[in-house]
Design a protein around this ligand. Sequence first.
Ligand code: 1PR
Length: 557
Amino acid sequence: MSKQTVHVIDVESGNLQSLTNAIDYLGYNVELIKTASQLDKCQPERLILPGVGNYGHFVDNLFSRGFEPSIHKYIQSGKPIMGICVGLQAMFKGSVESPTSTGLNYLNMTLSKFNDTSKPVPEIGWNSIIPSDSLFYGLDPLKRYYFVHSFAAILKDKSVENDLIEQGWQIAKTKYGDETFIAAITKDNIFATQFHPEKSGVAGLTIIDNFLKQKKSVALPHYSDEEQKQLTNDYTNYGLTRRIIACLDVRTNDQGDLVVTKGDQYDVREKDGNKNDVRNLGKPVELAQRYYEQGADEVTFLNITSFRDCPLKDTPMLEVLRLAAKTVFVPLTVGGGIKDIIDVDGTKVPALEVASLYFRSGADKVSIGTDAVYAAENYYANGNKGDGSSPIETISKAYGAQAVVISVDPKRVYVNNPSDTKNKTFQSIFPDSQGRTWCWYQCTIKGGRESRDLGVWELIQACEALGAGEILLNCIDKDGSNSGYDLELIEQAKSAGKIPVIASSGAGKPTHFEEAFNETRADACLGAGMFHRGEYTVNDVKEYLLNHNFKVRMDRI
Ligand code: 1PR
């Protein structure tokens, strides 16, 4: 039997690879539609309108390509359409994000920004749907879905919701901190989700599958009382589960093979006897798949050495991303070498283009290390402002802040007095060998090889202002030690800004995750060595947390 075709509108303003992979995985053909006339001509049976990034950028692009009348015509034909993320937002009248732009106006409501004084913004993570009588397409209040957005259809008063319901809309709501917003909506042939089903594991694939099969009312799975108790959202973490991230440090070994490695304080070579090989802990795509199956909420790939003498388009990491994204349906981050580069043929390639190659291969976020430090230094030298040219600014502008992670590689430095450094100090409860308690965290570049006169606190303030959406907070002192995270570092990073912070370096057992979530405001915890060595699975960590009253995503129950 030949496969059915699903048409996806592509205005070239984001990563469609993940969605394409998800539809393909579900057994359909995917055809991208780049022009309105193509849409008019091909008469789709199923149409998907995905969007990421800035609202205005997306809807203006849609309108300038003449899509508006064609989409209206399609919707009038009664055939099913599904909007995703900014694709849902485009169904509304407008957004405060882009006051001069207008949407498709199926819902007479303007999107607003989350209040960031009470919670991290953007919302990044796995949230749930509030139970209600009118759930649709298999939305399950005990499952979790992946959200990443700063703007939403926030239901500020009941009358807005009542109006929409009166107009025939069914609404699925989600609560993020103190605000409730529209997570999914449907009326007749229109269906749209604010979350990314293509990045929401098995739960998300089920939603896409139900839409493609047009199964609007679906019986939900049966859960035991114990499962219900464990999986019901308790809103202790703004509504988000505790995110567990598996990280793969990838490099070529001395034989030229691409391997996952793991260092001790960034030294990735074996230390036994005469052997000084790069530690080989497995193959990147295989491990990514394994961690996805174990329940990792995200997978991060860090290219920890540049692939010398290799044209950018053939960088092995692109192939790793391409392959991993075919079967791993949670967010993928890639870092290492996201900067302006000179290709082997002498061509200058801007960081935005390097990042675009990764996004087109299936990455959802890029992580910037060395170049973020340079950008922060320039920000301060420039009177606390960017000049628009840093990779953080260019990538964030094109793909949205949520797509830009800053990877920080700090070392703790003790001083006699806070006045000994221009960087922000704090008093540690762990004195150094000289009894000093004042310290700061110094940023390094090039994988810890060079230290700079810039603190983590200062780095985060600058990068957030430049448009970064998240911090991946490593710690050279703790890296590979299995002794737990540097909790003081996490708190200092959290105090520097509003964007989410991923704690990294030092995880050795499940209690370390519990410690970080209990004693700091970490938004996510990342582990590497303990998973690669097989000491614990991601699921072990999640079950432990679940049994200690933390909400985590359990996709396979
Ligand atoms: O500077 O933009 O090219 O990015 C380089 C990236 O490579 C940075 O994100 C930097 O952190 C990373 N990197 C560079 N050298 C190393 C190394 O190990 N020699 N890895 C390296 C850093 C950090 C985590 C690590 C955690 C958890 N790795 O990914 O896996 O520390 O480990 P653990 O749980 O086993 O303790 P650019």
